[in-house]
Design a protein around this ligand. Structure first.
Ligand SMILES: *[C@@H]1O[C@H](CO)[C@@H](O)[C@H](O)[C@H]1NC(C)=O
Length: 453
């Protein structure tokens, strides 16, 4: 048995090492957690790496705006995510009770106390409290003990972030609406704030700090509510300043590619911008905009890539391979009798295939999908979902089935994208079948887009 399992493990290592050349991050789409079959609920998130595993910790917005839970997901490649645990859940009363605001959880590991320390913005529904909440755990994705809230040094604190410097010192990045964005030093155990390090005159929110080659970069958003704006950055060689004038890092006028900074993650030599694309009318369907951030000296710049290849283990990224597009309405596909070709203004070929699933269990199968290599890759599906809740489909590629979530797109005439990871065989014999789940309707499918290699 040992021999056999070792062989399986070796095979998995060889397979993952050799052929992950085209796994992609697709910003602004539905991202399904492998073990829940639902869109990832990690809004306003932070990331902490433990060993070779990344943990994504964010807000669960499934049931709207008020606090429900803080969720933790894990991944080793930053693309395939597994739900691990709720770190904090709704309590009967108090800071984490009904109708409370609990946002932007961020975690640091304190090596002196061997504790993971999580800070959150904790507030009343009218934002009068303006406090930070602190909780701790001995396990990164385990149960957290809530330890209460305070106003750092007596000042209001709304959007917040954490930064751990290379010397182990911890810092709270905090939006003080009255006085401006602040950096405060954390106590050695990270459970309190001891002193102010810097306060900007500017009133910015959603702060995130990284350090690259001795230069600190502070990224932050202007104050425009749920609507995106051109986020800004400032640099310094000391956290206590002087800090440079604020400048845009994404294309001016793009509103940071319609996103708001939630975190900036250092991955080896590269840095990744992580933003929230908020859908204020239906927060659970908010998506994630993650892009490679180019840092050079004291300059940061962010270019839009609809999809891009990340190699988390190597800390490198690249532009994606070319891809082939396959229309759902094509006569080369196999459709069972209850499906229908529908018109859709935003769809390629102005057509989509609807009525997949339902009580009759109708299905759509794409035939003849091509790949120049045997590979594990990212397939994109463009779809429409005019509902206000997620739709689900069981997607089967070459006999392997995964449940995929499709967040609302606002209307049956507007497409969204869902990305998914599957194995393809070399050649033109790959198939992808779309089926409903438990008698529900799958989304209407516009097309799939598949890397050529
Ligand atoms: C936290 O720090 C502040 C300011 O240094 C201090 O006034 C307060 O007593 C501390 N709180 C605790 C619980 O130690």
């Amino acid at each position: 048995m040992l021999f056999k399992s070792n062989l399986v493990a070796l095979g998995a290592i060889l397979f993952s090492g050799a052929v992950h050349a085209s796994l992609q991050i697709v910003s602004g789409g539905s991202w399904t957690a492998a073990n829940t079959g639902m869109h990832i609920q990690a809004h306003g998130a932070g990331v902490i790496k433990v060993g070779s595993t990344y943990y994504l910790i964010g807000e669960n917005k499934l049931d709207g705006y008020s606090f429900q839970s803080i969720r933790c997901y894990s991944s080793t490649n930053l693309i395939d995510w597994t739900f691990v645990n709720n770190l904090l859940t709704l309590q009967d009363s108090g800071d984490l009770g009904p109708n409370r605001v609990v946002e932007r959880p961020k975690i640091l590991y304190n090596s002196a106390t061997s504790q993971y320390v999580m800070y959150m913005h904790v507030d009343s529904s009218n934002y009068a409290d303006a406090r930070v909440g602190v909780s701790t755990s001995s396990s990164v994705c385990g149960a957290y003990t809530y330890r209460g809230s305070f106003r750092p040094l007596g000042f209001q604190s709304r959007d917040m972030g954490l930064y751990q410097d290379s010397d182990g010192a911890g810092y709270l990045l905090t939006e003080d609406r009255e006085n401006g964005l602040r950096i405060d030093r954390l106590s050695d155990d990270y459970l309190n704030v001891t002193s102010n390090v810097y306060t900007w005159a500017e009133k910015y929110e959603s702060p995130a700090v990284i350090k690259k080659n001795g230069v600190y970069f502070m990224f932050a958003s202007q104050l425009t509510g749920w609507n995106a704006n051109d986020n800004k950055y400032s640099t310094a060689t000391s956290l206590s300043g002087p800090w440079s004038a604020w400048a845009n890092f994404a294309t001016s006028g793009s509103n940071t590619y319609t996103s708001q900074t939630n975190y900036v993650l250092t991955i080896g030599d590269m840095a990744m911008y992580m933003g929230d694309r908020w859908v204020s009318s239906n927060l659970m369907s908010s998506t994630y905009v993650w892009l490679p951030l180019t840092i050079s000296g004291t300059t940061a710049s962010l270019t839009w890539y609809y999809n891009w290849v990340i190699n988390a283990a190597a800390g490198t990224w690249s532009t994606p391979p070319a891809d082939n597009s396959y229309e759902a309405e094509s006569s080369t596909n196999t459709r069972t009798s209850g499906t229908q070709i529908l018109s859709c203004t935003d769809c390629s070929g102005t057509s989509t295939v609807g009525y997949i699933g339902g009580s009759a269990g109708d299905t759509l199968t794409f035939n003849g999908i091509s790949s120049s290599t045997t590979t594990r890759t990212t397939i994109r599906m463009r779809y429409t979902n005019g509902d206000t809740t997620q739709r689900f489909a069981d997607i089967t590629v070459n006999g392997v089935t995964q449940r995929i979530a499709f967040v609302p797109t606002g209307s049956g005439q507007i497409t969204g994208v869902a990305s998914m990871t599957f194995n393809l065989n070399s050649g033109t014999g790959n198939t992808l079948k779309v089926a409903g789940v438990d008698g529900g309707w799958a989304p209407d499918v516009d097309r799939i887009v598949v890397p050529v290699s």
